[in-house]
Design a protein. Structure first.
Length: 247
């Protein structure tokens, strides 16, 4: 038994096993107010906004951190809300906050991640009809961040490649990289996921031009990359591949 295997506790293994089962399959309830969603809050100050790639990385890290947090596991205080969302037709909604709005969002159940000067918070999922008023008042759209220049990619950490041709807003892209980090962690062997957790689920988010995207699709075909295919509720056509994650 490796040293990593010997240190993985049963709780982490159980949470990873749940994530590895995938999500969805439950369909939508008849009452629209009972549709399940994870709310995400992106910290975007007007005078000093973060870099788009850093903010998307923080969002992806926050989502997967919550999905493997001990509070969503067996007997955890968030388990019922988490499983009710994960086992239904999964949705994420990204909202922006600044100043006092951001501070108020910290009081709602969830986890905040800071990365390279950017901050994002993933909230414990629940019915859209029961969104905390402090979150419900936050704007979903209306703020955009320019694309970054592609820098050096650190191969020590996973890379989440965003399909640049789709022209997704920062909120839509945040939801998609959140899907990607979940799928990637679930696709990893538990030992590797545990090691990634030890790195704070650090990752890089970058945009892929058409040439790189074509190469990434070949990696999806040979099983060495994990795709996110969108249901098409907003912005993109159903079945669009929005992000490809490479471990």
């Amino acid at each position: 038994m490796s040293s990593i295997e010997s240190t993985i506790d049963a709780g982490f293994a159980a949470r990873h096993a749940e994530l590895a089962r995938g999500y969805g399959g439950g369909g939508d309830p008849d009452d629209p107010a009972l549709v399940q969603a994870m709310q995400m809050v992106l910290h975007i100050e007007k005078s000093d906004p973060p870099a788009r790639s850093a903010l998307l990385a923080a969002a992806a890290m926050a989502v997967v951190t919550l999905c493997l947090d001990e509070r969503v596991g067996p007997e955890g205080e968030w388990q019922d809300r988490y499983l009710g969302w994960k086992r239904s037709r999964i949705r994420k909604v990204a909202r922006r906050a600044r100043g006092a709005q951001w501070l108020a969002a910290q009081e709602v159940d969830g986890l905040t991640v800071e990365f390279a000067g950017a901050r994002a918070r993933a909230l414990v999922p629940g019915p859209v009809g029961e969104i905390d008023p402090r979150i419900k008042r936050l704007q979903i759209g209306g703020t955009e961040l320019p694309s970054d220049e592609l820098g050096v990619i650190d191969s020590e950490f996973p890379v989440l490649w965003v399909n640049a041709e789709l022209g997704m807003t920062v909120g839509k892209a945040a939801a998609q990289v959140g899907h990607a980090s979940m799928l990637l962690a679930g696709a990893m062997p538990v030992q590797r996921a545990y090691a990634w957790a030890g790195q704070g689920f650090r990752c890089t988010v970058a945009e892929a031009d058409p040439g790189r995207w074509a190469r990434l699709l070949r990696r999806v075909a040979d099983g060495t990359a994990v795709p996110v295919r969108d249901a098409g509720f907003t912005e993109v056509a159903p079945g669009s591949t929005t992000v490809i994650a490479v471990a």
